[in-house]
Write a protein that binds this ligand. Structure first.
Ligand code: NCD
Length: 310
């Protein structure tokens, strides 16, 4: 398998082999991160621009650490404190990126499709670090790496995605990464927070919907809890946070319904006490910190692969 992509915009059209290749390379990067000197010269002399027009802590830091571990030069454009706040259009920003001579542009934007717009107009490679509700491919890949390390081969494994699926680019990218690896996904959450076609049974292959969280979790191999994305919600989708926590929150009792040792993931940031209890988030089954480390490795692998592409 050889790598032939110029951009990483979404994984919806990726083959199993491409996903496997990135996971293998990420495992090699984890080895680099485990060394006392966590740095390789692979991207020396290359410039990675981090263009974050929407809030982010861990994804932004993760990409920055990944670029630095590969010895790339980095520069940052963020929403606040930049000309974006002064109303600069995406097109103007694209021209600035071009002028900066970026080899790779990592971008997060509140508008779905914004990274596609940029990818068509710059000579740099573009990595989508989250666009609106649409996709978050590096999160899907790091979740796959984390699950594979915990569970081994994902073929036939059942993973529950719990919570606000409607607004979650993470859920969409998890589906596009885990299904080709052979996992079966059960989505669970309030029907008002599911895409309408999905709640009516028109689901992608390998995915089912089970409104009842307890039933969804019974015998599952792993769960990915999602943040309740209140900033993306219109009023009226939820009766109350308390009721949501009682019906869909990941409590210790719910975790106990899964297979023994089934791991718990969450992309962060967490609303503890809403979609996940603190005892679960920081409990023995939690791989949430592991996801953060794996995220750096996956982003190193992708930066490395894209930099090697003519
Ligand atoms: C996710 C995101 O921004 O989509 N977080 C992340 O990248 N770590 C999930 C979220 O914000 O809920």
């Amino acid at each position: 398998m050889t790598w032939s992509r110029r951009h990483v915009l979404a994984t919806d059209d990726w083959s199993r082999d491409e996903i496997e290749l990135v996971l293998q390379q990420s495992e090699a990067m984890l080895e680099v991160l485990g060394r006392p000197m966590r740095r390789t010269p692979a991207l020396r002399g290359r410039t990675v621009v981090l263009f974050f027009a929407e809030a982010s802590t861990r994804t932004r830091m993760s990409f920055e650490l990944a670029a630095k571990a590969l010895s790339a030069d980095t520069s940052m454009i963020t929403g606040s404190g930049s000309s974006i706040e002064k109303g600069e259009t995406l097109f103007d920003t694209v021209r600035t990126l071009e002028a900066l001579g970026a080899d790779i542009v990592v971008m997060r934007h509140s508008a779905a499709g914004a990274p596609y717009f940029v990818a068509e107009r710059v000579s740099s490679a573009v990595i989508n670090a989250g666009d609106g509700w649409h996709a978050h491919p590096t999160q899907g890949l790091l979740d796959a790496l984390t699950l594979r390390t915990a569970l081994g081969d994902l073929d036939g494994k059942r993973v529950v995605i719990l919570g606000d699926v409607l607004h979650s680019r993470v859920a969409r990218s998890d589906i596009h990464t885990l299904v080709p690896l052979g996992a079966h996904l059960t989505l669970s959450g309030p029907p008002t927070l599911m895409p309408s076609a999905w709640r009516c049974g028109q689901l992608p292959a390998g995915v089912t919907f089970e409104e009842d969280a307890d039933r969804a979790l019974d015998g599952a191999d792993a769960v990915i809890a999602l943040r309740l994305q209140r900033e993306r919600m219109d009023a009226g989708l939820l009766p109350s946070l308390r009721e949501y926590a009682l019906t869909w929150g990941l409590s210790e009792a719910r975790v106990a319904r899964m297979r023994p040792d089934a791991p718990v993931l969450h992309p962060g940031p967490m609303n503890e006490g809403v979609e996940i209890d603190a005892a679960v988030a920081h409990g023995p089954r939690s791989l949430i910190e592991r996801q953060v480390t794996n995220g750096v490795a996956v982003r190193m692998a992708l930066l490395h692969l894209l930099a090697g592409t003519p």
